[in-house]
Design a protein around this ligand. Sequence first.
Ligand code: FES
Ligand code: FES
Length: 163
Amino acid sequence: MKQLPEDLVSIRLTVNGVVRSLDVHPGETLLEVLRGRLRLTGTKRGCEVGECGACTVVLDGRAVNSCLVLAVQADGAEVLTVEGLAREGALHPLQRAFLEHGAVQCGFCTPGMLMSAHALLAQDPSPTPDAVRRAIAGNLCRCTGYQAIVDAVLAAAGEANSS
Ligand code: FES
Ligand code: FES
């Protein structure tokens, strides 16, 4: 067994399909691990107190604020970040829909919005506009006024259901 300094804990995460073994501090957040250790900087650091949603990732199928999850709490979990959405160089339908509907302006909220939307569509492939609004209620956007984002999520759902 690997001997660790007293204040480190070994964890194992599956991030975007890749198993990662890490030695983390007990107080280190999932956000810090993703950005600082794994260099997955698509997940944004905003408020760091659970208010803005910029840090949203999908953890075992649920959209969570990664700034509020300790890395040790995620031990054994599957994590999906915005870097895991595109496949073989092709944007995910949600990403395409965001671009096509003008749902991206400064882009700071976009990774978190995409991950909240992704978790929603995995559970509810044909959401109502209200369901989309509820799913992104914890994601703040200063630029778009939200309607373009709701339209984009509904369009991506429609595309998936028609293919
Ligand atoms: S950075 Fe996590 S909710 Fe704002
Ligand atoms: S696009 Fe700028 S915060 Fe949403």
